[in-house]
Design a binder for this molecule. Structure first.
Ligand SMILES: N[C@@H](CCC(=O)N[C@@H](CS)C(=O)NCC(=O)O)C(=O)O
Length: 217
């Protein structure tokens, strides 16, 4: 037993990509399905910042931030660099895919929060539009980098995992962000990976589907 406990829902793309990496590394873990929207007190017991994902190690140490958690897991368990190349241009390229995805997700979440949390009369349309534009720019840059990359035959890389998770999250939770955006390579990758065991085992519990598109006029 590894003694790992992962806090967070699969509806959280940050949690989901962490969980999928753990499955691909064959690391057993217990998942405590909590959301900062409904379980803040429980999350604060393991992360004073009140965010997920959190990975609790066997000795009780709690790690936060998906990038840092994944870095720890890969350092200990990806000795043959199946998931992240050891160095050089391949590693740099893969981590840049992750960076683009994290921006797309972060900005999509900000846009979603603006819609969900703020009363309509207090929304600031230029702020909302700028966040949507950033998320779309990140996804187009991702598409550009995936366009000439063959689909993974075996274990997907960290960048590919994060790309598929990001696409599913934006499609499922805030479809207005990606509406009309040409993303054929990203969508092919998403279809390929979403059909695999590690992804289906970590399917989002629900999809909020914030739609139709907000009125930004
Ligand atoms: N950069 C962080 C983002 C984590 C994050 O924003 N998680 C969301 C759930 S999807 C959360 O806990 N939000 C509550 C908050 O940040 O206050 C990571 O990659 O782990």
């Amino acid at each position: 037993m590894t003694g790992y406990t992962l806090y967070g829902r699969n509806a959280s793309p940050y949690t989901r990509r962490t969980a999928i990496v753990m499955r691909l590394l064959d690391l057993p873990f217990k998942q405590v399905v909590v959301s900062p929207f409904t379980d803040l007190d429980e999350i604060r017991k393991v992360n004073p910042l009140g965010r997920v994902p959190v990975l609790r190690l066997a000795d009780g140490t709690c790690l936060v931030e998906s990038a840092c958690i994944i870095d720890h897991l890969l350092g200990d368990h990806d000795g043959d660099h199946r998931i992240l190349p050891a160095g050089g241009p391949d590693r740099r390229r893969d981590l840049q895919l992750v960076a683009l995805c994290q921006t797309a997700t972060d900005k999509g979440v900000l846009a979603g929060h603006e819609l969900l949390m703020r009363p309509a009369e207090k929304r600031h349309a230029p702020f909302l539009q700028a966040r949507i534009d950033q998320a779309r720019a990140a996804m187009l840059a991702l598409e550009d980098r995936l366009a000439d990359r063959p689909l993974p035959g075996g274990t997907p890389s960290l960048g590919e995992i994060t790309a598929a998770v990001t696409l599913d999250f934006l499609d499922g939770f805030m479809p207005f962000v990606l509406r009309g955006l040409p993303l054929p390579a990203t969508r092919s990758l998403g279809e390929r990976l979403e059909a695999t065991d590690s992804f289906t085992a970590q399917a989002p519990e629900a999809r909020m589907g914030l739609d139709p598109a907000p009125d930004l006029s």
